[in-house]
Design a protein. Structure first.
Length: 334
């Protein structure tokens, strides 16, 4: 029986996929071992970040440096001021960016990367504290650090066991763990996150109701007791021609909402005299409402789930300060 041709399409596909699976499993195993290694030193690193009065300065060479850039970006976007300092550039003048109140997070699997250790030594001389992320807790970097994030002795997924693969995956996961635990210890919520992500689809998802609602002259306010016809005329005079009138009492608090749908139901009944009725008799007295600081995404979900086109926005005293219309949400692509 002939042996399988290694260049046959099906054989080659199976071989390539098997290799890919092996890489994925090797890296997954590195992460599983990493989870078992977390100890009090990780807590010490978290406390150093929380206590940092300056910036977290992340440094690393080569692939570790690329991971460091991502970790720094994650810290900065989640409430921890941070920037990445390339160790080679640091040795040619950029050490001047370091301050005594900064905290250095240095990444080196071996812990013996010369450029990184020179940066760490300079930081220590300045008085800055250091977190070392390494796979060698006995290394020069680890000995110079106030806290050590140990990724362990990681076997690389590279066939030659040389190219940084599983080790950089472990570094990335440990950096993410540090950033997320720090975030959890801060009073940092979705609205804080939104301030750092104003653009793109993520920024739109994190917009607040206050940023999309209609306000001022575009707010269709009608006094309770006004007849239906006059309420309709008021909405038609309101810029943007909203499909609803917000009915308020003498104190300016929301009493109800009268929508185009309510008008249609009146006309379908053939009750033309109802146009002279007080709008109070036909309005919805307990409409779905929003607060200005809610996310626009929450507003979109509310309108969609209850199959309505408008929702009043109220302040803490239940006074209308805005109106969210489904068209406004569609305009910002929510």
């Amino acid at each position: 029986m002939a042996s399988p041709n290694p260049n046959d399409d099906s054989t080659r596909t199976a071989r390539l996929l098997a290799h890919a699976v092996e890489v994925a499993r090797t890296e997954a195993a590195a992460l599983a071992r990493l989870a078992e290694r977390l100890d009090g030193s990780f807590v010490r690193a978290v406390d150093l970040v929380l206590g940092c009065r300056g910036q977290v300065v992340v440094t690393g060479m080569g692939k570790a440096g690329i991971i460091g850039q991502k970790v720094s970006a994650t810290l900065a976007s989640t409430g921890t001021p941070s920037f990445y300092l390339h160790p080679a550039e640091a040795l040619h003048g950029d050490l001047g960016r370091l301050r005594r109140d900064d905290l250095v997070l240095a990444l080196s699997n071996s812990g013996e990367t010369q450029e990184v250790n020179v940066v760490v030594a300079a930081a220590r001389k300045l008085g800055a504290q250091v977190i070392g992320m390494t796979g060698r807790p006995e290394s020069t970097l680890a000995r110079a650090s106030d806290a050590v994030l140990d990724i362990g002795r990681v076997e690389e997924a590279c066939p030659m066991k040389l190219a940084p693969t599983a080790s950089t995956t472990a570094m990335l996961a440990l950096g993410d763990a540090l950033a997320m635990v720090v975030l959890g210890e801060r009073d940092f919520g979705p609205r804080d996150y939104a301030r750092f992500h104003p653009a793109g689809s993520l920024g739109r998802r994190l917009m607040t109701v206050a940023e999309v609602m209609r306000t001022g002259d575009a707010l269709p306010l009608v006094q309770a007791g006004t007849n239906v016809l006059d309420a309709l005329l008021q909405t038609r005079k309101t810029p943007g021609r909203p499909g609803a009138a917000l009915i308020v009492d003498r104190d300016g608090r929301l009493a109800g909402i009268f929508t185009d749908g309510d008008l249609r139901r009146l006309l379908e009944r053939g009750d033309t005299g109802a146009l002279q009725h007080a709008v109070d008799a036909h309005m919805a007295r307990t409409p779905k409402v929003l607060a200005p600081d809610q996310l626009a995404e929450d507003a979109h979900r509310l309108l969609r789930e209850h199959r309505i086109d408008q929702a009043p926005v109220l302040d803490v005293a239940r006074r209308p300060v805005g109106l969210v219309d489904v068209q406004d949400l569609l305009d910002v692509e929510l």
